[in-house]
Unconditional design. Structure first.
Length: 486
């Protein structure tokens, strides 16, 4: 390590054993990647997490942003020497957007890094030393894989260079700057978004500028245009455009609809969501249908799904199929068995498994998701799936009579949000005594926390761990884990 600039010291620092100080600038070598995408460097045995697209093997000039007793955080100021296997990122906005942090790493290495990170999490956080993590299932597509993409309007444009002065400063349509909710990068395309993205961005931007339609101001909470959301059926080609506005004036978009429908033959839906919320939500109090139908259709395996503007659906269709096939294979469901699906959302996993089971019961707190799940069951002719609305954090304790009337699960599928399961729910599921538990997670740290409790208190052991990459070039990963009873 070479210190390029020392932080100021005073007498109060003499008892402080931290080898670095906030704002200090250091020359560091990136050893490896941590889960979450940060690079790991060391000063002796002291760990420094380095953000800003770090790649193993790089030598960087980095500034300390936080210095704690056991670790520090830093941001890259300059790459002094590239990593041995570092590659140029194909996206022109790579150094500004912050979404695809790993575009400068060959894709095969990305999946290898995920595998190592999952092994470390299971071993270090869970003390599952004898667990063999299977290789990461790679994404079939590494670009244009997202079937949903949200863009932001802003009246404060983020400059991407000193000479970036051609576009107006008071308008941007693109992506938020990391750590800056006020500004957005004005972009012409996003390489992981649907192929129609550059056409839509161009037409909407031109329409807004020519008609002097203001972007929303996140500080004053005024303006009109808030978000632009694209949704596409990977297997059907159906395209939906959702323009989110602060006020309810749908007629303003009539000339734009003519242009969009002329250049996009697969456009089947244009809607306008109206929200006066202060937050940056794309959910609204009202939705106006501007063109076509109010939903699009997508297929997963032999199933057909209706996707409305607010519906949840896995953002990588091809890999969602791989994910569900992995769950189905791990579960090994027989026609005589009952499956419970906790946090079932719109029912896509439950319906995918229904053909193999005697019956499937899904649990979800969001009313609209339950409604979508029932509609999707009906449209696919599935009559052995039912869906129950309830808050899983307390349902098992507050409504024991409801659960006592249900057939006990032979297989329990759990797919919680990133925060994992409520601690009481972890305890609540143990008396159900299913023979197999399939835990699906986009956050292996909270997954391992819950699995440790289930194994220790419930008499289960881990039989199967499989990472699946649904989000290439990002630090996010799905992990499917199978538990069986001893």
């Amino acid at each position: 390590m070479k210190t390029l600039l020392s932080a100021n010291s005073n007498s109060t620092d003499r008892q402080d054993t931290r080898p670095v100080r906030k704002n200090q600038i250091l020359e560091l070598k990136i050893d490896r990647l941590a889960f979450g995408g940060a690079g790991i460097a060391r000063v002796d045995d002291y760990i420094i997490f380095v953000g800003n697209e770090a790649v193993p093997g790089q030598i960087v000039s980095a500034q300390i942003t936080q210095a704690k007793s056991t670790f520090a955080e830093a941001k890259i100021r300059e790459i002094i020497q590239p990593g041995d296997q570092e590659i140029p990122a194909p996206c022109p906005y790579f150094h500004h957007c912050g979404g695809c942090k790993h575009q400068n790493i060959p894709y095969k290495l990305q999946t290898d890094y995920f595998h190592r990170q999952i092994v470390e999490i299971y071993q270090h956080l869970g003390q599952f030393d004898d667990i063999k993590v299977q290789p990461t299932i790679p994404s079939e597509k590494t670009l244009r894989y997202r079937n949903k993409m949200e863009f932001a309007f802003s009246n404060r444009r983020w400059r991407i260079g000193q000479t970036d002065t051609e576009k107006p400063e008071n308008f941007a349509l693109g992506l938020r700057v990391p750590g800056n909710y006020m500004k957005a990068i004005d972009i012409d395309d996003c390489l992981i978004a649907p192929e129609e993205t550059p056409i839509v961005l161009r037409l909407v931007r031109t329409f807004a500028l020519e008609n002097h339609i203001p972007a929303f101001d996140t500080i004053r909470h005024d303006g009109f245009l808030r978000h632009l959301v694209l949704r596409k059926g990977e297997h059907t080609g159906n395209l939906m455009i959702n323009i989110v506005t602060h006020d309810d004036s749908p007629k303003i978009f009539e000339p734009l609809i003519v242009q969009l429908s002329k250049e996009l033959p697969n456009l089947v839906s244009v809607v306008n969501t109206v929200t006066r919320a202060v937050s940056g939500t794309t959910m609204g109090e009202k939705t106006n249908l501007l063109f076509g139908q109010d939903s699009i259709e997508e297929k997963l395996g032999n199933l057909s799904f209706k996707i409305s503007p607010a519906s949840f659906f896995q953002t990588n269709t091809g890999m969602a199929e791989k994910l569900y096939e992995t769950i189905q294979s791990a579960a090994g469901i027989r026609k005589t068995e009952t499956v419970w699906d906790l946090y079932c959302g719109t029912g896509s996993i439950a319906l995918f498994l229904a053909e193999s089971a005697r019956q499937v019961i899904g649990f979800e707190i969001v009313p609209s998701a339950i409604q979508d799940a029932m509609e999707n069951a009906s449209r696919n002719g599935i009559d052995n799936a039912r869906f129950i609305r309830g808050d899983l954090d307390q349902l098992f304790r507050k409504s024991p009579e409801l659960l006592s009337d249900l057939p006990a699960p032979d297989v329990l599928v759990i797919d919680p949000p990133r925060v994992g399961m409520h601690p009481k729910l972890v305890q609540d599921i143990l008396p159900l005594n299913p023979s197999r538990i399939i835990y699906v997670s986009c956050n292996p740290s909270t997954q391992v926390r819950d699995l440790k409790t289930i194994c220790q208190l419930g008499g289960y052991h881990i039989e199967f761990v499989r990472p699946i990459d649904l989000f290439p070039h990002t630090p996010h990963i799905e992990v499917v884990t199978k538990l069986t009873r001893f």
